[in-house]
Design a protein around this ligand. Structure first.
Ligand SMILES: Cc1cc2nc3c(=O)[nH]c(=O)nc-3n(C[C@H](O)[C@H](O)[C@H](O)COP(=O)(O)O)c2cc1C
Length: 159
């Protein structure tokens, strides 16, 4: 298996999970950078509004070609019940290059099925696995076991 972990993170939570995943899988990772300003209270408001409107954004230069990997693991924070604009943009531009996909998210709340369903529809394929972690678990450092189990399930797949 040759995985690539791709994540977007506005405030570092999803980044911690993405980096831990890539480290455990000993694989490449790609952090997405949104060229639209997302920081501060105004950034918070426009992020939620853009996500709910399913708006695309402009991403900074991508380093890794997802076509060179047989599993692309996509991670995003949940915004307004759906995925971040940066991840929506990445999937929209690159989905034709995805051999297999798996998804992860971080979130403040607990509802994530509509968001994962939307990622699946955007990718036009069923994910091999999904992982959801709450922001509080990341802050408390109580997420390593979930990541380890996710990695073990992925490594057991015959791809
Ligand atoms: C604009 C905005 C909207 C959000 N909407 C939701 C939501 O609908 N459901 C939820 O569980 N968390 C929601 N959150 C919380 C984030 O998903 C959570 O804080 C996440 O871990 C942040 O990840 P990051 O630090 O990688 O940016 C929202 C956060 C922001 C900034």
């Amino acid at each position: 298996m040759k995985p690539l972990v791709v994540f977007y993170s506005r405030t570092g939570t999803t980044k911690r999970v993405g980096e831990a995943l890539a480290q455990m899988l000993n694989c490449d990772s790609e952090e997405l950078f949104d060229k639209k300003k997302r920081s501060g209270p105004l950034g918070f408001v426009s992020s939620g509004r853009d996500a709910r409107a399913k708006k695309l954004t402009t991403l900074a230069q991508i380093e890794h070609d997802p076509a060179l990997y047989n599993l692309v693991i996509l991670g995003t924070p949940i915004w307004g019940g759906t995925l971040s604009s940066a991840m929506r943009t990445y999937i929209t531009s690159n989905k034709a290059k995805f051999a297999h996909v798996a998804f992860f998210c971080t979130q403040g709340g607990t509802t994530n099925k509509p968001m994962f369903d939307e990622m699946e529809a955007l990718c036009e394929q069923h994910p091999l696995d999904i992982l959801a972690i709450r922001q509080n678990e990341v802050k408390a450092g109580a997420y390593q076991d979930k990541i380890r189990q996710f990695v073990e399930r992925l490594l057991s797949l015959q791809i």
